[in-house]
Write a protein that binds this ligand. Structure first.
Ligand SMILES: NC(=O)c1ccc[n+]([C@@H]2O[C@H](COP(=O)([O-])OP(=O)(O)OC[C@H]3O[C@@H](n4cnc5c(N)ncnc54)[C@H](OP(=O)(O)O)[C@@H]3O)[C@@H](O)[C@H]2O)c1
Length: 310
């Protein structure tokens, strides 16, 4: 029997922490490069739409042609202009990517990275600090020690990991006497690896929040056009075919079907949307009204797999 999948609009626990956040989060990867008033309008719109987790990183700004720290700096300028905003959100940032190195999670680096993020953001404490990508050379015990000290000093409140394997997550957790609260993998109707590589199972096992980055495949699932150089174009068209059929039926966009796809997974998945267009921030909130059935959801999985489920 096919059944509809209810998407809860209620706030969700940020894993084993005291924070609660809206079911959709807002991301600041593409945030830098505008004036403060425009940036403030985006943050206010996201908060008004219930997107109470705001995700940034120290490195954001570089991909947009700017500099390391630009996105945090701009968000900090927004906080300075509108001091009340900071208290209305759960603020997440990341560190550990060192340009050209490429990664550094040593005690000295993380300690200075957190101080630099706090300074750019013009705040006293980071609600969720995430290691952006695992540093294969940093001893796990040292990373754990650095994070424990930063937490004891109140510079960071909770810790999450991004782009790590499940065993990397477990290795760090084993050296901590407090629980990690979140994972941040790439997860979308196009990038479905977390369904199969244990990431979403780990979230359910440990009660973590799963912050899904690029839930629209960096926009491809909204635009309907594969990125230049994308392999598997035929497969992409098949996935888009299913998203379009469901979007027509639900009288919504393929973007919102794609968001509903990740929201439907039971691993406390919180998609981080990345649009910098105010109207699209508002439209994204309507993804919570989409009613996919189990059959619809598996149609999207099968289109990506290129075969029916066994
Ligand atoms: N942990 C990590 O390693 C990592 C990596 C990447 C991203 N992230 C996080 O994930 C967040 C989201 O990433 P993302 O920006 O790639 O997310 P996304 O939501 O998959 O893609 C956003 C892109 O899609 C475009 N788009 C959205 N709706 C559209 C529509 N209806 N028509 C045309 N274009 C549309 C946006 O353009 P417009 O702005 O013009 O609407 C934007 O360029 C980031 O901000 C960051 O917080 C984390």
């Amino acid at each position: 029997m096919d059944t509809p999948i209810e998407l809860s609009k209620s706030p969700r626990k940020l894993g084993p922490s005291n924070f609660e956040v809206g079911p959709i989060a807002y991301g600041c990867w593409r945030f830098a490069g505008t004036d403060v008033a425009t940036a403030q309008a985006k943050i206010e719109t996201a908060l008004a739409c219930g997107m109470t987790l705001i995700d940034t990183a120290d490195i954001y700004g570089v991909d947009g042609g700017g500099q390391f720290g630009d996105s945090e700096e701009l968000l900090g300028d927004v906080f300075k202009t509108a001091p009340g905003l900071r208290e209305r959100m759960v603020l997440a940032t990341k560190g550990g990517i060192a340009l050209g190195v490429p990664y550094n999670s040593t005690r000295a680096y993380l300690t200075s990275a957190v101080d630099a993020s706090l300074k750019r953001l013009k705040i006293d404490t980071i609600d969720l600090y995430q290691i952006h990508r695992p540093d294969l050379l940093a001893p796990v015990a040292e990373v754990a020690d650095a994070l424990t000290s930063l937490r004891a000093l109140g510079k960071i409140k909770e810790v999450g990991l991004s782009n790590q394997t499940c065993s990397q997550f477990r290795a760090l957790q084993a050296h901590l006497d407090f629980p990690l609260v979140s994972q941040q993998p790439e997860f979308s109707a196009w990038h479905q690896e977390p369904l199969w590589d244990g990431t979403l199972d780990l979230s359910q096992e440990l009660g973590l929040a799963t912050l899904a980055w690029s839930p629209l495949g960096r926009g491809m699932l909204a635009v309907g056009k594969p990125d230049d150089g994308l392999q598997e174009v035929l497969c992409f068209e098949n996935v888009m075919g299913v998203l379009k059929r469901l979007a027509d039926r639900e009288e919504t966009s393929t973007a919102n079907i794609a968001l509903a796809f990740v929201l439907a997974h039971p691993a406390n998945v919180i998609p981080i949307i990345g649009t910098q267009t105010i109207e699209r921030i508002r439209e994204s909130a309507q993804a919570l009204d989409v009613r996919l059935t189990r059959r619809d959801w598996y149609d999207i999985v099968e289109a990506r797999q290129g075969a029916p489920m066994p």
